[in-house]
Design a protein around this ligand. Structure first.
Ligand code: MEV
Length: 430
């Protein structure tokens, strides 16, 4: 593939068979056939490997893995592996990425990979004095923390800061919570920060005289934010009977709904996570951690709201932005153990966790637009129906060369039902 190019030959990837798609990837990515076999599951995670990952293993569980196309992120062509069971997700992201190209694609940026460990200190004689005692020893505590993981410190990571938060009222009375801020470089970081929190606990008890209770990271990783933005040219937005202005204004009004109403924001953000989670999963990262961080961040003002914004520029083009915590790694955990996860990173040419975070939020933004564009115009059922119709056609026993034709008829008749699919197939067989 050509790097740094906004021009791209249209590929009928969608119409290919899985084998044809793999053959296309062999030509158009840096991956070898062996690696593609790993990514596609032919030689993926073994039971033996799985048995080392969790307990009581009896097998491995498959999910469809699709490749989202057309993404230009920070000027680089990027093929996106997405592990997801929901129809329309991969197609929606790919289509919005195509629209974004005319406006220069996605510009994304991830901040420092700083995670926070929380250390709860209870049974204190007096919390304000305890707070000062700990702050007086901040430099000492940070230098102790730097000794714990010398590999991380040598890589340029390690402890960055320490804060003390007071909770004057709680069901158990006053207590304080220390935030140990840790740069975890390319790791997700849970192990590094949890270890540091546990090791510092006795020293903290010595310093302030209380009892350290919980020592655990927070998934509200608000010091590890990733952001992306994109411009969608007005003339790219028009389709069918809808003008570019109608589509743009409809999207902005749909976003406004999510911005003010938590009931809508939950669904709006779920649509964003439709783009985020499949990459987090395909790269062996902890999607529950990313989900928890996303929703807690969306509620940071006290009212749950949208993770994206949509507006227009002076020329009338549509502008989208996204900002959310992105605690993902490229080293450690399943990212290195799961053979397909390693290949997924390689397909995206990701070498650093920050790059992965930038890709993930770009796809989240694209996915949000796919949903809003459909909801603000024809509704989501039409798009869903054509993919659903293909599934119905396959289930009814259509041969490979009959699936598209049969699905098209079912959609055309607005009757996507298994009995109708069987009826049409039996007419064809006559
Ligand atoms: C469905 O998986 C996601 C949507 O509900 C998102 C949204 O409503 O914005 C379509």
């Amino acid at each position: 593939m050509t790097e740094n190019s906004a021009e791209k030959k249209p590929v009928k990837f969608y119409n290919f068979s899985p084998e044809e798609r793999l053959a296309w990837l062999e030509k158009n990515s840096t991956l070898s056939v062996e690696k593609l076999n790993t990514l596609s599951g032919k030689t993926g995670l073994t039971i033996e490997q799985a048995d080392h990952m969790i307990e009581n293993v009896i097998g491995v569980f498959g999910l469809p893995l699709g490749i989202a196309q057309n993404f230009l992120i920070n000027g680089a062509e990027t093929l996106i592996p997405m592990a997801v069971e929901e129809p329309s997700v991969v197609a929606g992201a790919s289509f919005m990425a195509k629209l974004a190209r005319a406006g220069g694609g996605f510009t994304a940026h991830a901040g420092n990979p700083e995670m926070i460990a929380q250390i709860q200190v209870i049974e204190l004689p007096e919390i304000h004095t305890a707070r000062l005692l700990i702050l007086e020893q901040k430099a000492h505590l940070l230098s102790m923390a730097a000794e714990i993981d010398t590999v991380l410190t040598n890589l340029g990571g390690g402890p960055r800061d320490l804060e003390v938060h007071l909770f004057e009222e709680s069901p158990i009375g006053p207590f304080l919570v220390i935030h140990l801020i840790f740069d975890v470089r390319d790791a997700m970081g849970a192990n590094a920060v949890n270890t540091a929190a546990e090791r510092l606990a006795p020293e903290i008890e010595q310093i302030c005289g209380g009892k350290v209770h919980l020592r655990i990271l927070t998934n509200l990783a608000d010091r590890r934010l990733a952001r992306a933005r994109a411009t969608f040219l007005l003339d790219q937005l028009a389709f069918d009977q809808y003008s570019g202005e109608e589509v743009r204004d409809g999207i902005i009004a749909a976003w406004a709904f999510a911005a003010v109403d938590p009931y809508r924001a939950a669904t709006h953000n779920k649509g964003i996570m439709n783009g985020v989670d499949p990459i987090v999963i395909a790269t062996g990262n902890d999607w529950r951690a990313v989900e928890a961080g996303a929703h807690a961040y969306a509620a940071r003002s006290g009212r749950y709201t949208s993770l994206t914004t949509w507006s227009k520029d002076k020329q009338g083009n549509l502008l989208g932005t996204i900002e959310m915590p992105m605690a993902v790694g490229t080293v450690g955990g399943a990212t290195r153990v799961h053979p397909a996860a390693k290949v997924a990173l390689e397909l995206m040419k990701v070498t650093q966790a920050s790059q992965l975070a930038e890709i993930i939020v770009s796809v989240g933004l694209a996915q949000n637009l796919a949903a809003l564009r459909a909801l603000a115009t024809e509704g989501i059922q039409r798009g869903h129906m054509s993919l659903h119709a293909r599934q119905v056609a396959v289930a009814a026993g259509a041969a490979a060369d009959q699936i598209s034709r049969l699905a098209a008829i079912l959609v055309e008749e607005n009757n996507v039902r298994p009995d109708r699919a069987l009826e049409i197939l039996s007419e064809w067989r006559k």
